[in-house]
Design a protein around this ligand. Structure first.
Ligand SMILES: Cc1cc2nc3c(=O)[nH]c(=O)nc-3n(C[C@H](O)[C@H](O)[C@H](O)COP(=O)(O)O)c2cc1C
Length: 214
């Protein structure tokens, strides 16, 4: 197929279904079940998710890696001074989108973001490979830079600076966020575009479940 024939690309979704009867009470349980399915089903980075944020009246989206999911929320790590960090400081509402191509599934999470504690960010920072820890010092994420070479020189500078340290300190500008979900939607592709969509919305301490039209 010619790459110009984009309009003819079409897949018939028929792998699975999603029923209210089989839906667990908490969206986190269904998330973990779909995540395990994605791992088993050959999705290479099932923890890659699109993080959408809003600054003033414009949306912004980019991929980040999920590093934990529990009843508390969805956890990821980044540079607090990056564009996303600045956007979250002015507007803490954000959305996450997972797409599992081979399983014909999408998960959408919406909610409010808060910073993780310094202790928790320290623990994750120190679990990362040493090169990534140095990278967090080197990169002023989202700032314009003169060249890749300038970045490599900075990398050498920090490698030298930390060469005698067993534990590299976490820079203040780097750490974790937790997205506390207010709603989670599970989408399962179905024949004839009549897909299954189950929306969980927070109702006090529990969750309500609604079916949405595809
Ligand atoms: C697969 C993948 C995983 C990524 N994981 C992260 C991540 O966990 N944290 C992060 O800050 N950026 C991650 N990025 C880079 C972001 O997409 C983005 O370029 C960066 O965070 C700057 O975004 P911002 O300018 O909107 O702040 C990842 C990119 C890809 C493609």
């Amino acid at each position: 197929m010619n790459s110009k024939d984009i309009s003819n690309l079409r897949i018939h979704y028929e792998k699975s279904g999603l029923s209210e009867a089989s839906a667990p009470a908490s969206p986190l349980d269904l998330f973990h079940s779909w995540f395990a399915g994605a791992l088993q089903g050959g999705i290479r980075e099932p923890n890659a998710m699109v993080l959408s944020t809003v600054s003033e009246n414009r949306p912004h989206a980019r991929v980040v890696l999920l590093k934990g999911a529990s009843e508390e929320g969805f956890e990821f790590y980044t540079n607090y001074n990056s564009h996303k960090g600045a956007q979250l400081a002015t507007n803490p509402y954000a959305a996450l989108t997972f797409f599992y191509d081979l399983l014909e599934r999408q998960i959408r999470v919406e909610g409010v973001i808060r910073k993780l504690s310094a202790d928790r960010s320290d623990a994750y920072f120190h679990s990362r490979p040493r090169g990534s820890q140095i990278g967090a010092w080197v990169s002023h994420q989202s700032e314009k830079i003169s060249s890749q070479q300038a970045l490599e020189e900075k990398q050498k500078f920090y490698e030298e600076k930390f060469k005698d340290l067993e534990v590299i300190p976490r820079p203040d500008h780097w750490g974790g966020y937790l997205l506390v979900p207010e709603s989670v939607e599970f989408w399962q592709g179905r024949p004839n575009r009549l897909h299954d969509r189950l929306l969980y919305t927070r109702e006090g301490d529990s969750w309500g479940i609604s079916r949405l039209s595809p």
